[in-house]
Design a protein around this ligand. Structure first.
Ligand SMILES: Nc1ncnc2c1ncn2[C@@H]1O[C@H](COP(=O)(O)OP(=O)(O)OP(=O)(O)O)[C@@H](O)[C@H]1O
Length: 368
């Protein structure tokens, strides 16, 4: 899939601009605060009706206007689509695909998928497990509706169980409900573990060669899924995993009552990222962290392609800084197979670009 053309009107600092893109590589460069990330943000919005930067639609509408419009001409599933989104201050947004009203944002995803890398994604390597769980969940929810349902149900049960554990001293009768919530969490948790184990295996299989290539063969990336200790085989049948989770629940029963916290379950899952056998979180340099985070996103893109049959559009925001010339060359020229957008500040690196289109952005406009 690809975005052939994008029109922005009154979107952030874009008054009115139409851009036509290369089917493979597009590099957007300019000084700080000119609108490079805004452009990628509009593309993410076209694909899922959400901004990766804000939950407030008003922020997307130009400071001095009351309406923003994003129109994308998209090629996917061997067809042309026009997605047209209008955001209005103080009223509901309007979204159409080929002139037909889209009832919700998920209809936009049927036409366009994007994988977005931003500097915040360095948290994937640097921060605690929550960032990596969010990454797995976001990707799996898009790809597997059964996973999305199980995750929503697991969260619901988790919230209830947390309230039971918290309020049980004032209201001891609540404890009678605990076994039902525990059982539900084991069954839903087993589904989450089943999908996450497979996702991490695929992530590792795709990310490791990308990392090897990008680092010129000097570094070896390894990803390892980590879940509840009693789960001996996360690839086993979900009934077996659920039994392993029950065992863990039981052994933590008293500790959960004493602490008032849910201590057992895949809400604490993680995947370890190692480079050359050492924890990336603790030992990687800035450039290595950026390379590892980028390769996770590239692997996610491959997983989407094998599930959907087409590459999603890859959006790389400010990925080149802190990379050495060889790694920059990899990003600019060797991410093959789908459409890629890369933003960067300095244009001196761009002599390494072998093919594709360059866009110079200044104050929300393309300048020649
Ligand atoms: N709603 C809005 N209306 C008008 N301008 C806006 C709006 N929201 C943000 N801006 C402006 O957009 C600019 C930031 O654009 P963007 O984040 O795309 O920068 P960038 O080119 O990616 O910069 P950097 O290289 O620093 O990351 C800022 O000048 C900001 O004031």
């Amino acid at each position: 899939m690809r975005i052939n053309k994008l029109t922005l009107e009154g979107f952030r600092n874009y008054r009115g601009q139409t851009l036509e893109f290369d089917p493979a590589c597009n590099v957007i460069h300019g000084e700080n605060a000119q609108g490079k990330t805004n452009l990628l943000e509009a593309m993410v919005y076209l694909s899922c009706g959400k901004s990766p930067r804000t939950r407030t639609e008003r922020e997307l509408i130009s400071f001095d206007g009351g309406e923003a419009r994003i129109i994308g001409e998209i090629y996917s599933r061997e067809r042309e689509f026009i997605t047209d989104i209008t955001l209005r201050a103080g009223s509901r947004r309007k979204m159409t695909v080929n002139g037909v009203a889209a009832k919700n944002a998920s209809e936009l995803s049927e036409t366009l998928h994007t994988v977005f890398f931003s500097p915040e994604d360095l948290f994937l390597i640097r921060e605690g497990a929550a960032a990596r769980r969010r990454f797995m969940d976001q990707s799996l929810c898009q790809l597997r509706p059964r996973y999305a349902r199980a995750l929503a149900e697991y969260h619901r049960l988790y919230e209830h169980k947390t309230r039971i554990l918290r309020d049980r001293e004032e209201n001891p009768g609540l404890l009678a409900m605990l076994p039902d919530f525990n059982e539900g969490m084991c069954r839903m948790g087993a589904i989450l573990i089943h999908y996450r184990a497979q996702y991490c295996r695929a992530l590792d299989a795709y990310a490791a060669p990308a990392h090897g290539d990008c680092s010129g063969g000097r570094e070896k990336l390894k990803l390892r899924y980590e879940t509840v200790k009693t789960v001996v085989d996360p690839f086993a049948k979900t009934e077996d995993i659920a039994q392993n989770l029950r065992d863990h629940q039981q052994s933590h029963y008293h500790a959960e009552l004493a602490s008032g916290l849910c201590l057992s379950g895949p809400h604490k899952d993680d995947f370890l990222v190692e480079v050359n056998g050492r924890s990336a979180r603790q030992f990687c340099s800035q450039g290595q962290v950026r390379t590892a985070a980028l390769c996770l996103k590239l692997a996610d893109r491959e997983i989407h392609r094998s599930a959907v049959g087409e590459y999603p559009v890859m959006l790389l925001d400010d990925v080149l800084s802190e990379l050495d010339p060889k790694r920059q060359e990899y990003v600019l020229n060797r991410i093959s197979g789908g459409q890629v957008f890369i933003t960067c500040c300095e244009n001196d690196r761009l002599d390494r670009l072998q093919a594709g289109r360059l866009f110079h952005i200044r104050s929300g406009e393309v300048v020649l």
